[in-house]
Design a protein around this ligand. Structure first.
Ligand code: 5GP
Ligand code: MN
Length: 342
């Protein structure tokens, strides 16, 4: 764990400030929950906080309290730039390095003259002035709760903050099932329910918001599933044409990789998704046990993340990317065989 400058940060925040709160590119439930929760908290403390994310987030997160105040850097550029230029400090939430916001926003942030404060749970974070980094914590939302606790302000958590934090903890733990979910996580969740988070509604808003096309796309993904039992590995591909056929919307493929990991005996799963616009194959990796997909993604696919959930990309064609992946597996055969004991 890294804790740097938090006392100084607390003093800095004693007077009202203009603050921008940033999440990573392609924001997920944890990024949106954490940025919005922190915004609500800072506003309650008398600051003026604005959430700026690099690009759009899935529809199933648009109901989050405060979502309507968020700026997307790519298509609300002038508002985003103005908020950034006028701010006294920028919080970086749920990411560990500036390149994770994409090159346009990265360029703007690199010129930022004031200080950054990072709250994040990814490995090998870049150094900024104020840091709260802990790879052992399941979600940035849990860290924002603990940050508010460190500031001595738990009593400021209201229903909106509780709802945002619950959402990110829920999505980043696969609904409280990953190993990173601790008794402390459950105690925090209990407190968030006491403070007004409506657990049934949150689950339903996030997980029961499918379009018919999204289910058909999932059907396509499952019929593309390939299993390599000798490597305890399974992977899924989705081409741009398949995405088009089922009217792909942002967020539609979220969680699909977990179906590959749900197969009995499989401990390493990947999904390869063609993205014509960015001219890449976007990849998600998941594993069970000791096999680190963070290392695998860093070493071979220009990515990173956590030990059991990471992402990366490839500039090769889909066929060549898959061949590269399956060829690599033989190097990891022993690691894959011994990664996880049931
Ligand atoms: P997902 O597969 O859900 O997109 O991402 C899983 C985890 O890996 C997340 O924690 C995310 O931040 C991280 N991740 C995804 N893609 C990339 C990438 O291209 N580079 C890095 N460094 N991390 C990634
Ligand atoms: Mn996260």
């Amino acid at each position: 764990m890294i804790l740097k400058g938090l006392q100084e940060l607390k003093t800095f925040l004693e007077k009202p400030k203009k603050i921008v709160v940033v999440g990573h590119r392609n924001p997920d439930g944890d990024a949106m929950g954490a940025t919005l929760a922190l915004k609500h908290y800072l506003d309650k403390k008398g600051h003026k906080a604005t959430v700026v994310v690099p690009n759009e987030y899935p529809e199933f997160l648009h109901w989050l309290p405060g979502s309507e105040t968020t700026y997307r850097f790519d298509w609300q550029n002038s508002q985003s730039q103005r908020a950034i230029n006028n701010s006294d400090i920028i919080f970086l939430l749920d990411f560990n390095a500036l390149h994770r916001v994409g090159s346009d926003m990265q360029n703007t942030l690199e010129k930022y003259p004031n200080d950054f404060a990072m709250i994040d749970h990814h490995q090998q974070p870049d150094e900024v002035k104020y840091m709260y980094s802990d790879v052992a914590i399941c979600s940035t939302c849990q860290m924002v709760y603990q940050f508010i606790e460190m500031m001595g302000d738990l009593d400021l958590i209201d229903a909106d903050i509780a709802t945002c934090l619950y959402t990110g903890i829920m999505t980043d733990t696969g609904s409280f099932r990953f190993r990173s979910t601790t008794s402390k996580t459950h105690r925090i969740i209990a407190d968030l329910i006491d403070k007004g988070a409506e657990n049934d509604k949150i689950h339903s808003n996030v997980y029961d918001a499918n379009s018919y096309n999204r289910l058909l796309l999932l059907g396509q993904a499952l019929s593309n599933l390939q299993i390599l039992p000798s490597y305890k590995t399974a992977y899924i591909t989705l081409t741009e044409a398949e995405k088009k056929r089922f009217d792909f919307q942002k967020g539609d493929t979220e969680g699909v990789v977990n179906y590959a990991l749900s197969l009995k005996g499989i401990i390493f799963a990947a999904i390869f998704i063609e993205d014509k616009e960015q001219a890449i194959i976007k990849i998600s990796f998941r594993s069970k046990g000791k096999f680190s997909v963070n290392q695998f993604a860093r070493n071979h696919f220009d990515g990173g993340g956590h030990d059991n959930a990471a992402g990366g990309k490839s500039k090769l064609s889909m066929a060549k990317t898959v061949t590269k992946f399956t060829t690599l597996l033989s190097k990891y055969k022993t690691e894959l065989e011994t990664s996880y004991e049931n």
